[in-house]
Design a protein around this ligand. Structure first.
Ligand SMILES: *Cc1c(COP(=O)(O)O)cnc(C)c1O
Length: 354
């Protein structure tokens, strides 16, 4: 038998989450499938999300793979093109691209042909990551609209606080001030903005995390948002140890038994993508029952408390995250976010599809 860890992808959950998104907006939906579809597998996720109006990702090779697999929707490169060769491929494969700086416009100016490119002009409304500052939008817009290779322009921006108390108001105000001069399609909302701020929906919503069934909010669960987790990372107990009071476990003896207790050893470690920083007490399911991790996560294994799981035995199933064990909750315990855990599952973990 091989090592028992697997990441199981639930295709119905992906489709279900897309429908949930559909019901909450009349905007077109761009499924964000960057980072190998947040760890769910690019082509597999795209097929399950085929009802989306578009796909967004970073890597032009992935975009070409989608076209070659037969996807006809809008495909948006979230960082645009980086070289003249990539710009050629953008035109050849009918890809849409974000334009976020002058260097990209210079590449466009050097492009020798007429064309019918769809470009998404990115406005830096306060996040200060990508995009033209409000003062520079008009100049960029004029150059793009006059360009012989450009057929249409969409205005976009990205929120820094849509999932937090601070919200979107300041950035929205900045964006509107710039955008009000143009009658072009707009795209602002990520998952958090879609779920919380209907006035940000615009023409295209760019949705990632909610399609994978995780909540973007600390104060609302995925279940409350009618989302179903699409990934289940599970493994099995491959050893059991009976500890005496005072016994220590693992590297650095991060845990010491306060009473006689039974612990399980799970075939899952940080080399599988489980967070090494998960402290004692990170929630986990054993045999469908909630318990906690103990000790320091090692490369290939971690420890779980079997005190509340009397039926646990060698081979008992362990769910690290998935249905019944929200990935957001594991992430919070480990001081990170669901996004990092989902896209961090490593390539040695076999993927199965349900
Ligand atoms: C990743 C990304 C999104 C999707 O964000 P979620 O929070 O996963 O919905 C949207 N827009 C841009 C520009 C992104 O980089």
């Amino acid at each position: 038998m091989s090592r028992p860890i697997t990441a199981q992808i639930n295709l119905d959950a992906l489709a279900h989450n897309l429908h949930t998104a559909r019901r909450s907006t009349s905007a077109r939906i761009m499924a964000v499938i960057k980072a190998d579809a947040y760890g769910h597998g690019l082509l597999r996720a795209a097929a399950a999300l085929n009802e989306a109006d578009g796909f967004a990702l970073l890597d032009i090779q992935d975009a070409i793979a989608l076209r070659e697999a037969g996807f006809r929707q809008t495909i948006l490169l979230l960082e645009g093109f980086f070289t003249a060769d990539e710009l050629q491929a953008v035109a050849q494969y009918d890809l849409s691209c974000v334009i976020h700086n002058d260097a990209q416009i210079a590449l466009l100016d050097a492009y020798p042909k007429r064309g019918d490119l769809s470009v998404w002009l990115k406005v830096n409304s306060g996040m200060n990551r990508l995009g033209f500052t409000p003062e520079n939008v008009a100049g960029a817009m004029a150059r793009l609209r006059a360009h012989q290779a450009v057929a249409d322009v969409t205005l976009m921006t990205h929120f820094a606080h849509a999932d937090e108390v601070r919200g979107v108001a300041e950035q929205l105000e900045t964006f509107h001030q710039v955008a009000s001069d143009y009658r072009v399609p707009r795209s602002l909302a990520n998952s958090a903005a879609l779920l919380r701020y209907p006035h940000t929906h615009g023409d295209w919503a760019r949705l990632g995390i909610m399609l994978y069934g995780a909540s973007p909010f600390a104060d609302k669960t995925a279940q409350e948002l009618r989302l179903r987790p699409a990934m289940r990372l599970s493994s099995k107990l491959i050893a059991i140890q009976n500890l005496q009071r005072g016994d220590e476990i693992g590297y650095g003896a991060q845990f010491q038994a306060t009473h006689n207790m039974r612990i399980g050893i799970v075939a899952c470690g940080y080399a599988d993508g489980y967070p090494r920083h998960a402290p004692n007490g990170t929630p986990v399911l054993v045999n469908g029952q909630r318990t906690q991790t103990l000790g320091r996560v090692s490369m290939d294994m971690l420890y779980v408390d079997l005190s509340p799981v009397l039926q646990a035995e060698l081979g008992s199933e362990v769910v690290l995250w998935g249905e019944g064990m929200p990935v957001e909750e594991v992430a919070r315990a480990a001081g990170t976010i669901s996004y990092e855990l989902l896209c961090g599952v490593t390539k040695r973990v076999p993927i199965t599809v349900r």
